[in-house]
Design a protein around this ligand. Structure first.
Ligand SMILES: C[S@@+](CC[C@H](N)C(=O)[O-])C[C@H]1O[C@@H](n2cnc3c(N)ncnc32)[C@H](O)[C@@H]1O
Length: 296
């Protein structure tokens, strides 16, 4: 049994009341390292950041992570969205951006394996205080050093503005930044999502964001709706209900209206074409989530 999972897809574990969904996505990224060849996301810390019991159990039998027929698609998605964020970050850095802000970071490991010299890219990990405290405990236990260029920021998106949180942490709002906001918008109210998007759209030219969202279920086919219901049940039982869903045809114009210039919406076909073409194992993402790349 993989500890640290709960709800219909797993079994309750003691360590992370903080964010079961963050643990679940980290588990998928770790399983991806063991199960999928070629890897879409090469993350040598993905297993280390898990608690030792979970990591050992996963190494002994990686297929344990497949607790439902949805698991391979979720694993593919967990890997692909992080890869997309890192690919777009590279583009931003090449264009001179030197601040990277990871919103709702969960157990994201980029900061601890960044290929950039510490003085060339400042990294901010923003998360709910409970999740961040749990992550910091995990990092300490795993012996993963906190790099000098990383600043932790605690913030509740429902109660505080990102502007306040980042300003207090020393983020320079006058310079462009690149933001990753992965797997977070479904858990916020639509208003809180829009407030944050407005803040991101108001960053200096050259700033960008990769974020994802759950597609309104009425836009999915019957299979997609069944998957949406099953996953929605799991997150609700895990204490993190989905609160916001979006229609791509409305969200993209909304982002332009907020001030983003380039906006690219990647659904199932685009993600699979970009990261899973010509694979022998048939791995690919599902229809539930879309990912957006937007530049100011
Ligand atoms: C599904 S996890 C995604 C984590 C990480 N981005 C990843 O891709 O693995 C959801 C994340 O959103 C954060 N989150 C949810 N609601 C939040 C809120 N109101 N304020 C701040 N963070 C929140 C959780 O703490 C958690 O880190």
């Amino acid at each position: 049994m993989i500890p640290g999972t709960r709800g219909p897809l797993g079994t309750a574990g003691p360590d992370f009341m903080a964010s079961p969904t963050a643990q679940r996505m980290a588990l998928h990224r770790a399983a991806h390292q063991l199960l999928d060849h070629p890897k879409v996301l090469d993350d040598p810390l993905a297993l280390e950041v898990l608690d030792p019991e979970t990591a050992a159990s996963l190494k002994a039998d990686p297929r344990q992570s497949e607790t439902s027929p949805l698991s391979p698609k979720l694993r593919a998605y967990a890997a692909a969205r992080s890869r997309l964020a890192e690919d777009q970050l590279h583009r931003a850095v090449a264009a001179g951006v030197n601040q990277y802000v990871i919103l709702g970071a969960g157990l994201d490991t980029f900061a601890y394996r960044s290929p950039y010299p510490p003085d060339s890219l400042g990294i901010f990990e923003v998360d709910h205080p409970d999740t961040q405290a749990w992550k910091r405990k995990r990092l300490a236990l795993a012996g993963i050093a906190i790099p000098p260029q990383l600043t932790f920021v605690t913030l509740d998106f429902q109660r505080q503005t990102l502007a306040e949180g980042l300003a207090a942490a020393g983020h320079d709002a006058g310079r462009p930044s690149f933001f990753a906001w992965l797997g977070v918008t479904p858990y916020l109210t639509p208003d809180a999502v829009r407030r944050t998007l407005a803040f991101l759209a108001g960053r200096p030219a050259g700033s960008g964001v990769v974020f994802d969202y759950a597609v309104s279920p009425e836009l999915l086919d019957a299979t997609g709706q069944a998957v949406f219901a099953a996953l929605g049940d799991w997150t609700r039982q895990a204490g993190e209900p989905w609160l916001a869903v979006f229609d791509p045809d409305k969200l993209v114009p909304e982002l332009h209206a907020l001030g983003f210039g380039q906006v690219k919406d990647l659904g199932q076909a685009e993600m699979n074409q970009r990261y899973f073409a010509h694979r022998a194992d048939g791995l690919g993402v599902g229809t539930l989530y879309h990912t957006i790349v937007a530049w100011v």
